[in-house]
Ligand binder design. Sequence first.
Ligand SMILES: NC(=O)c1ccc[n+]([C@@H]2O[C@H](COP(=O)([O-])OP(=O)(O)OC[C@H]3O[C@@H](n4cnc5c(N)ncnc54)[C@H](OP(=O)(O)O)[C@@H]3O)[C@@H](O)[C@H]2O)c1
Length: 313
Amino acid sequence: MKHNDAIYVAGHNGLVGSAIVRQLTAGGFNNVVTSDRRACDLTDQAAVNAWFDQHEIDYVFLAAARVGGIHANNTYRAEFIQQNLAIQTNVIHAAYQHEVKRLLFLGSSCIYPRDCPQPMREEHLLTGPLEPTNEPYAIAKIAGLKMVQAYNAQYHTQYLSLMPTNLYGVNDNFDLNTSHVIPALIRKITEAKNSGSDKVLLWGTGRPRREFLLVDDLADACIFCLQQEHRYDVVNVGSGEEVTIKELAELIASVVGFTGKITFDSSMPDGTPRKLLDSSRIREMGWQPKTSLAQGIRATYTWYLDKGSEKVA
Ligand SMILES: NC(=O)c1ccc[n+]([C@@H]2O[C@H](COP(=O)([O-])OP(=O)(O)OC[C@H]3O[C@@H](n4cnc5c(N)ncnc54)[C@H](OP(=O)(O)O)[C@@H]3O)[C@@H](O)[C@H]2O)c1
């Protein structure tokens, strides 16, 4: 990838897309192209084709998707499958027709079976039933990565699907109705501290183990992979750093400066006990994350105090 190549980041306002734009800009790439939903609705095939006709694009990072937590995934099942299939099909096919050099498609660890052996390897794909609550979303993502594989096989393209673990960081969603665990804990614990409360009550037992990756590290991995010689169609990307939800809450409390008691409501569901990606493929390619969980939480908390809390006020 040369510094003046035209690099399209689809979904540049989102958590992942905005991090990719930041990393590209910091890396001296000076021709980053974006378009928001009003300029080009990616579910509209004619609009996507017209957009690619008007822009000579060399590389594509496909980080646009209909994304949400368990509740949204389970409630808007039709929208999640239809919009994701449409966005990825339109962009991948237009990229092929317009002879884009390389494309990176963002998948998700929910593509792996619900009872997948841990840590989850790329080979575990399609070896068992999916988690029912987000099955429509996962099926769309699986179709996306199969499309990437099929285009590589038939058209000799060099496209790649990256499967990230749970992400967090700048531009995260702090709305408690739809947020993921790290922004939710940052918000709840900050609000407990600010209200002078001596305790905070969190959902579940605190025992499930999870892996998290700072979104800037993911963006670094995306740019790294697209510059490597093509070897794999599907690559997991995780930090390898596992924590229990209780340990995570304690870490966040120490960053926030909350000294009260953290208690757990074990009548609320925990989800799966352990979810860890096997990232040996990307490690073997020569990439590893730069940021520890503690450093990443501190950076995210600083951003939340500065900007994130305004977004949810
Ligand atoms: N967040 C995570 O923990 C996580 C973990 C693993 C994988 N991923 C993957 O990473 C990718 C990006 O996720 P994210 O967390 O960055 O999501 P996000 O913050 O919701 O961003 C998604 C972006 O897609 C854009 N978009 C959605 N529908 C569109 C449409 N019809 N036309 C044009 N743009 C559209 C949105 O635009 P608007 O701003 O206009 O809505 C938004 O900028 C997804 O494929 C997801 O599966 C995320």
